[in-house]
Design a binder for this molecule. Sequence first.
Ligand code: GTP
Ligand code: MG
Length: 177
Amino acid sequence: GSNSINAKLVLLGDMGAGKSSLVLRFVKGQFLEFQESTIGAAFFSQTLAVSDATVKLEIWDTAGQERYHSLAPMYYRGAAASIIVYDISRMVCAVLIPVSSTGTLYLIVLGDLDGSPNLVTAFAGNKCDLEDKREVPTEEARTYAEENGLFFMETSARTAINVNDIFYEIARRLPRA
Ligand code: GTP
Ligand code: MG
């Protein structure tokens, strides 16, 4: 298509959920068993061709550790899209979202607190290869996502399940210029 779009995308979520691993899988096709915890944030860019547009994603992979949360507004300011990542094998990582300080962060991103326009946001249940350790039922997460206007996918950075799909789905849903 003739449309060319630049879009800022921010990944948010608890430490260890697999944000960096999802980006590394998507951008470089790689997976590290011992991915290092992110300090501050990391930047990547990737250009995608969807049916009616070329979309350049400017991806900010934020740090999940609590001590970096005050930095997050710098990364999501001006963002067109976000991916909220949790680990399906850790209930605490998912249930804390609405109530914790990180939950507040998500609500800001979703426009519920500061009235900014809603972002195109995905809710990603990562590590779906760990079915035998699952603590977060798929249908509960899907319901939470639907109630909050997010689109839902379970992903695995390790096996690559749904990793391209989630980024392409975001690209498809971005408003056209
Ligand atoms: P912070 O940077 O601290 O916020 O963490 P993060 O969300 O970026 O998590 P990271 O990508 O560093 O992954 C944490 C650990 O989980 C690493 O040891 C990864 O190898 C592992 N991991 C990430 N994704 C998956 C997955 O899909 N399946 C499995 N089995 N392990 C994963
Ligand atoms: Mg990281």
